[in-house]
Design a protein around this ligand. Structure first.
Ligand SMILES: Nc1ncnc2c1ncn2[C@@H]1O[C@H](COP(=O)(O)OP(=O)(O)OP(=O)(O)O)[C@@H](O)[C@H]1O
Ligand SMILES: [Mg+2]
Length: 719
């Protein structure tokens, strides 16, 4: 590709940005205006015009996926070996640097990176070893304290305590530093801080990298935190030129310390002369853009900019209101299949949700209809850590001799059974050719850990006894309490999402009962392993994309479905009380809308199973903030159900109000079987006596049907 063809098609502002002389630059522009394209093209242009070699480039992106994407785009433009280029996330780049200079950084060659869960376990072990009262100094709080200080660039020795309590926290922070050093373990914040300190301290290395990296390019600059910004300044020195691109309207990590203010600091620190603005959007049709523009105008704190497109207005945004979350999921899958039949590849469509737990119902629907899908930036429901722990308890209840399950939970949540004790149980089991459970029953050693093992055995036995006579969902609920899993995640700072997932497991059990022949715990467990199996589409295969709005940042799709648009869900209930939180939710919605190229769907549901209970939600305020003329409601909104008049599945307080329900003893939400359409859920009814009709949602290809009551069989006992 010649340099002319490389630059072809860029608009004047983009062209100016791509070909800026070597100087500090800030590109401030809205979604889809070509920021990432400008950044990538600039790298290619710098290389092609010989202004820099691949080794001289350092590019920071926000996710590994984005980094890969950038490499692919550059390779497509230029026939060069991209290996020498450093393109990655802050964590990835710091890891690379520390691996190369582990000795100088004071780390063992094979240092281990801890995720936040590992970090917390280490803190707990430490508190225990030091005999610290964890009521007074909760592990989560200490973790927060440590990470917050590290992200502000402060070591224990540099933190100035202001009372006795913080004095103690600082001491514990110091002890934590020592422990990590002994174990050769590095947490996420440490990667950055350690790297920062290495370059501050070691002038030779610093000069080496300053000489090497002539051009430093940063995508999604609005989401950098303070230490990341300092790190960039340090490595840039006054030789390198920093080229930063960002969008204040897409700042969605303030809750993790990201500072939009870095953009102002950057402008000041580097005396950026002209901030380049890009306003033409190349991604989306006009209606989609208008929706995004109008929505974000409801935020007070903005730098202010507007997007326009020459693409025409396209179709209106389609809105679907389901009666239940199952109904919403059935609609999504039907629509995806329809678009696919019309020629859209699955990988060009994305289903977005605000919280991870929402994916389960959708995944289930996809799984049952055989639509290949892939979940990004997170695990699929049954693969999530907390779900695996919960399933392990259930597996042990169903079968004591399940060694894998036992190992997973014997000390989770921690109950004082150490690695040594577990090893001795394992060797006893080997010697007597017994299962770990049997070995544990015949004594887990002496002293405290022996007693803890006995307690664990009792716990499992007790849960099994309690299970008798309980329905499957009740068994799951009981296990979540008795095992301590619920309490454990309840005490975690970031545990809400995991708690939601655990509660979602109860819903999974309910749905399973509605559909399965084998209603036993074992049957449910088999179903869970099957759904966890290899149904995630193979890498490279065409598959529908599922992800949270956070992980969709920077990506684009022909068709986008934004789901769960209900107050409390999106905007999230944790955020909707405080104005700053609400503005961040609105920026998230702005990110979500602007992912769509051609078609945008907004879906919601009148009722939804959450935390094991049916919730009746009202539509999200974001639906009101989008001009009504841009929206096309697909199904005439049904009147919002009144409490009590609409009895959901599994809700024992079902109070049918209509005469047919009283007469025939069924209720809305009840599962039914139809000879031709299979299993469905009653969502409405009409008439009485022999003329009674029910409206049943069969999901999948059959959808919603009105049928005579006589033609269906009730599956669950009515209340
Ligand atoms: N001058 C152009 N001509 C045609 N297409 C363009 C042009 N500039 C950008 N695009 C296309 O527009 C889409 C959006 O570009 P890009 O992803 O770079 O935007 P962005 O500003 O980084 O968006 P986001 O804020 O969501 O990260 C891409 O498909 C890109 O290829
Ligand atoms: Mg981008």
């Amino acid at each position: 590709m010649t340099s002319r063809s490389l630059l072809e098609g860029l608009n004047p502002e983009q062209l100016a940005a791509v070909t800026l002389p070597k100087q500090a630059a800030l590109i401030l522009a809205g979604a889809g205006s070509g920021k990432t394209r400008v950044l990538t093209t600039r790298i290619a242009w710098l290389l092609q015009t010989g202004q820099v070699s691949p080794q001289g480039i350092l590019a920071v992106t926000f996710t590994n996926k984005a980094a890969k994407e950038m490499l692919t785009r550059i390779s497509a433009m230029l026939p060069i070996n991209t290996r020498g280029m450093w393109i990655g996330t802050f964590h990835g780049i710091c890891n690379r640097l520390l691996r190369a200079h582990h000795r100088e950084a004071g780390l063992p060659e094979a240092f281990q990176i801890m995720d936040s869960q590992d970090q917390l376990s280490l803190i707990k072990r430490l508190l225990k070893a030091l005999n610290i009262d964890d009521e007074k100094y909760p592990a989560k709080q200490l973790q927060h304290f440590i990470n917050g200080n590290k992200e502000a660039g402060l070591r224990a020795a540099q933190v100035v305590p202001y009372d006795d309590f913080t004095k103690r926290l600082v001491e514990l922070y110091a002890a934590y530093e020592e422990q990590c050093q002994r174990e050769g373990a590095v947490d996420f914040a440490e990667l950055l801080l350690r790297c920062f300190e290495l370059l501050t301290r070691n002038a030779m290395l610093r000069d080496h990298y300053r000489e090497r990296f002539q051009h430093i390019l940063v995508d999604e600059f609005q989401d950098t935190n303070k230490l990341q910004y300092l790190w960039l300044k340090l490595i840039a020195g006054d030789q390198a030129a920093i080229f930063a691109v960002g969008d204040d309207d897409q700042s969605i990590y303030a809750f993790r310390g990201a500072q939009v203010g870095n953009m102002f600091d950057f402008e000041r620190d580097y005396q950026v002369k002209n901030v380049i603005k890009l306003e033409q959007n190349y991604r989306s049709f006009g209606n989609i853009l208008d929706a995004a523009n109008t929505l974000i105008q409801h935020n007070g704190t903005r730098l202010g900019k507007n997007l326009w497109t020459s693409a025409g207005s396209g179709q209106p945004l389609r809105v679907y209101e389901g009666s239940t979350d199952l109904d919403e999921a059935a609609f999504l899958v039907e629509e995806v299949k329809q678009l696919h039949r019309e020629g859209l590849a699955l990988q060009n469509m994305a289903i977005l949700y605000r919280s991870n737990a929402q994916s389960r119902v959708i995944e289930h629907q996809l799984f049952s209809t055989g639509v290949p899908y892939r979940v990004y930036g997170g695990l699929r429901f049954f693969e999530r850590q907390e779900i695996k722990h919960a399933l392990a308890y259930l597996r042990l209840i169903a079968n004591n001799d399940d060694d894998g399950a036992l190992l997973r939970v014997i000390n989770f949540p921690t109950r004082g059974i150490g690695a040594r004790t577990i090893e001795s149980i394992q060797s006893n089991a080997r010697l007597s050719r017994a299962s770990l459970w049997q070995a544990a029953c015949s004594g887990g050693g002496s002293g405290r850990s022996g007693a803890a093992v006995a307690q664990f055995v009792n716990l499992i036995e007790d849960m099994r006894r309690r299970s008798e006579g309980l329905t499957l969902p009740e068994q799951v609920d009981m296990m979540l309490d008795q095992s301590g899993l619920r309490a454990f995640y309840h005490s975690e700072k970031d545990g809400q999402d995991r708690l939601d997932n655990l509660n979602e497991l109860i819903n999974a059990a309910m749905n399973y009962l509605a559909e399965a022949d084998d209603r036993s715990l074992t049957g449910f467990l088999a179903h869970a392993s099957l759904e966890a199996g290899d149904h995630q589409a193979d890498a490279g295969a065409d598959a529908l994309q599922l992800m949270t709005v956070h992980s969709a940042k920077g990506l684009e799709f022909d068709a986008v479905f934004i789901t769960g648009l209900e107050e409390g869900l999106f905007p999230h209930e944790n955020a909707s009380l405080d104005p700053a939180g609400l503005e961040e939710e609105r920026r998230l919605m702005y990110v979500a809308i602007t992912r769509a190229r051609q078609k945008l769907y907004l879906t919601l549901s009148q009722s939804r199973m959450l935390h094991g209970q049916t919730r009746y939600n009202v539509g999200s305020r974001f639906l009101i903030e989008i001009p009504a003329n841009l929206l096309h409601w697909l199904n005439k909104a049904q009147p919002a159900p009144k409490m009590g008049g609409f009895a959901p599945a599994g809700n024992s307080s079902a109070r049918p109000t209509r005469s047919a329900q009283a007469e025939h003893g069924f209720h809305i939400g009840q599962s039914v079987l139809h000879a031709k359409f299979g299993v469905g859920v009653i969502i409405d009814c009409e008439g009485s006596g022999g003329g009674a009709h029910v409206q049943v949602n069969f999901g999948g290809s059959h959808g919603i049907k009105w049928l005579t009551l006589r033609s269906v069989d009730m599956l669950t006992a009515s209340s």
